[in-house]
Ligand binder design. Structure first.
Ligand code: HEM
Length: 413
């Protein structure tokens, strides 16, 4: 019989009503073996109110409805970004920029990032991105199968980002390990997870410090040189902020699209009718990308309550953390009919928080959108009807960014 590891529990504070308490462990969701989105969906039952509190992962609130997730993201004056990771110890060790800042401090940093990742910049690199996708797919198309997570999703967005930032591909295994410890830190107590995150954060800074130094004053057109030479409020960006900002870009480029693509492909392998619909009408595919974003959200991060307040029937205390599982916005039945289904003609498809809302809404979404679209266009042009390999059992991980390890696919050649 498997031994059950006793989970670290925090005492329930006086202001949390006992009928709001549920065991929810962001790093080990119940039912995860059935799928990451399926596991979060279990939390969104009729008998769970829109805000519940878990004594796990240091103790925090969890928003379970789309409207509440949306509302919290849009109100930084009540829900600050000063701690956005759970447990709190990990959130306090997290030093990336500008995700931890609130407006107005956040605004000039965000403008700097938008200069590097705006739609015009992304359009400029589209044909290079397409070449990377084609080369990878043609590498296995005639083999009749691949592990999509290992052979495509784990390489394509990473290669694209590293080219954008002019960093060597050889560093990827080390960077992937750091990214994993940032978004799914190891340890069974908040203190251990805090220390794991602190070490990973330092790993990013140590890796990038000499690179940033080298590019200071340079004329390169890569993303890092652009950021290094950007001014904030008329002065050079402070060195620690610069490291935090470049580290965030790298982290976001390594761990998000990678996993979204794999979740998407598992679904498509199980639903050939959706794939056929995409093949039959390129316009449906274009529109369908938004639906894929709605269905396959991967981020669950938090906000910090600025002052005591009443919110959706509970009393919040200053310093409380609210976890926002973005999957639960797009998958909310009150916003979408049959939400677990990918419906390429879905009305109101943009009702999701996959990229968050408000001032921190993802700065990389144009890049992410282009990467997903290019993947599908080039995949469908080269791979016939495909399915999951017999007996395939994808291994899922939940955390700040969800992950899936293996997606074995087969097709006829
Ligand atoms: C499917 C892919 C992606 C998803 C689901 C995603 C999701 C998110 C979410 C939910 C946030 C808000 C975090 C918060 O405020 O607490 C965010 C912020 C951010 N993302 Fe993404 N992201 C993706 C891809 C990317 C890519 C490829 C990049 C760029 C390399 C990127 C860069 C950023 C940056 C810089 C921020 C911080 C924005 C700010 O604080 O103002 N993201 N992303």
């Amino acid at each position: 019989m498997a031994t059950q590891i006793e989970k670290h529990r925090t005492t329930i504070p006086d202001h949390v009503p006992s009928d709001r308490v549920r065991d929810i462990d962001i790093y080990a969701l119940d039912g995860l073996e059935e799928g990451f989105h399926e596991a979060w969906k279990r939390v969104q039952t009729a008998d769970n109110p829109s805000l519940v509190w878990t004594p796990l992962t240091g103790g925090h609130w969890v928003a379970t409805r789309g409207t509440v997730i949306d509302e919290v993201y849009r109100h930084p004056e009540h829900f600050s970004s000063r701690v956005i990771w759970v447990p709190r110890e990990a959130g306090e060790a997290y030093e990336m920029v500008p995700t931890k800042m609130d407006p107005p401090e956040h605004t000039p940093y965000r403008k700097a990032i938008d200069r590097g990742l705006n739609p015009a910049q992304i359009r400029r690199i589209e044909s290079d991105v397409r070449s990377v996708a084609i080369e990878l797919i043609e590498g296995f198309a005639d083999k009749g199968g691949c592990d999509f997570a290992r052979d495509f999703a784990g390489i394509f967005p990473v290669k694209v980002f590293l080219a954008l930032a002019d960093l060597p591909f050889d560093d990827v295994p080390m960077l992937n390990q750091l990214a994993k410890e940032m978004t799914r830190p190891s340890g069974s107590t908040p203190e251990e997870q805090g220390r794991a995150l602190e070490a990973a954060n330092k790993g990013f800074f140590d890796y990038l410090a000499p690179i940033v130094e080298q590019r200071r004053g340079g004329t390169g057109t890569d993303l890092i040189t652009m950021m290094v030479n950007t001014e904030i409020n008329g002065a050079p960006m402070p060195p620690d902020k610069l490291l935090g900002l470049v580290s965030l870009l790298l982290l976001a480029g390594l761990d998000t699209v990678v996993n979204l693509l794999s979740f998407m492909m598992i679904y498509l392998a199980r639903h050939p009718e959706t794939v056929e619909e995409m093949r039959s009408d390129p316009k449906k595919l274009l529109r369908g990308v938004e639906e894929l974003f709605r269905r396959f959200a991967v981020v669950s991060d938090a906000r910090y309550v600025v002052q005591d307040m009443e919110f959706h029937g509970v009393q919040l205390k200053a310093g409380d953390l609210i976890l926002l599982p973005t999957a639960l916005h797009g998958l909310d039945d009150s916003q979408h009919e049959d939400p677990m289904k990918v419906d390429l003609s879905r009305p109101n498809v943009a009702a999701h928080s996959t990229f968050a809302q408000g001032p921190h809404r993802c700065a990389g979404l144009h890049l992410a959108r282009m990467e997903v679209l290019v993947t599908l266009q080039e995949w469908l042009a080269r791979i016939p009807t495909f399915a999951l390999a017999e007996g395939a059992a994808p291994i899922y991980h939940s955390g700040i960014v969800a992950a899936v390890e293996n997606v074995p696919l087969v097709w006829k050649v």
